[in-house]
Design a protein around this ligand. Sequence first.
Ligand code: FES
Length: 175
Amino acid sequence: MSEAANPQSDFTQSVKRIVQAHAAQPGALLPILHAVQEAFGYVSSEALPIIALGLNLSRAEVHGVVSFYHHFRSSPPGRLTVQICRAESCQAMGSRTLQAHAKRSLGVDFNETTANGAVTLLPVYCLGNCACSPAIRVGDKVFGNVDADSFDAIVAELSADAVEVRKMSRGDTHG
Ligand code: FES
């Protein structure tokens, strides 16, 4: 197989380019991890040795940083990400109750993905929607004044949309 047609080689080259773009700056590891997650949705185990080599670190050192920060995912996210604000204004307006409901309703903890791969639940610290606390972001849409019932309705509607978009993008017209 030629290198150009090898997805693994494309992946390696992409990660190498990201590493090279940041390697000269102090504290390059975090910006590199952010850029890798931005590009691929998560920081896969395959990316770790490439990053380690580029920064002259051990793979364990890179892995340690990935696992230390909850922000970094080491497995692919769900088709839809649901973020619940845990910052002060939302806490004062019932975010804790909403968080507990969301975890029960989805059957996952923060930073986990539902078993069907549909939804990843994430904490976030202020969505800039404090006047309408408690706030959540589902995909790229922000919602305010969310309670348990509206949470379930929003997630059900948008996760159905996400599945539909995915099917259409793959040319799959079967139900
Ligand atoms: S504190 Fe939750 S949106 Fe600002």
